[in-house]
Design a protein around this ligand. Sequence first.
Ligand SMILES: [Zn+2]
Length: 271
Amino acid sequence: MKTLIKILSLLLFPLLTISAQGLKFYGEFKPGSIVIGSGTNVTEAWLGSDQLQVDGSGTFVFGFDRDASGTHSLKVVYSNGKEEIKKIKLPKREYQIQKLKIADKYVTPPKEELDRIEIESQKMKEARSKVGKVDTALFRSGFIKPAEGRISGLFGSQRILNGVPKNPHNGIDIAADEGDPVYAATDGFVRIAGSNFYYNGNFVLVDHGQGLTSVYLHMSKLNVKTGDFVKKGDKIGEVGSTGRSTSAHLHWGVQWYGKRIDPMSLLGIKF
Ligand SMILES: [Zn+2]
């Protein structure tokens, strides 16, 4: 009977698994995905030799990079001193190849823009240096798609811009009209609301706690500023085509610390 319930629950809730100690995992164990763990008596969690942040509700998050592979070990320690180890064997994941034609200045930036690009990159580094200082899982409010529209670019695609191989696509693109609202996917602190960056255009980086971040690029207008706290569903800006963009769309990117995460992996998670 127990097995039957387990099979049924896997069929009905493929993004929720429950361990022997009642610890719940939300999300998929695969490359480019986050997994959220939650159990009332969890005091510590370790992914390999890395200690994860666990908040007062016993919630923690971890993620696997686009190109992660192999077997990983997750250790959870409970308040009664008991330990539980879960072996995670990652499946292989294939990505598309996407060929795009864009203005040459975005494939090889002109010399006179290099200083500006460097300054912007420093500003981004400084904003990201604050990530990880919030132990609380602010994402417990759940996730929403930040704009309405069809997905016009998938996560992880190998990009070939004007025939030149470039970095993989680190997010998804949502095709929408200029001026359409962009919402915060979940709660968090705005670490940077940047205007008119060379690649990102007008953009926002939100810190959701425990190293989880999301970025919203190429907007026409921003409705928040650096330091603001936003709730899931708050309007943070409007869709546009600023920076390295060929038409109005929202680029939505997610990271867990430096790991590249598929934003779609957040949307299936229901608490
Ligand atoms: Zn994009």
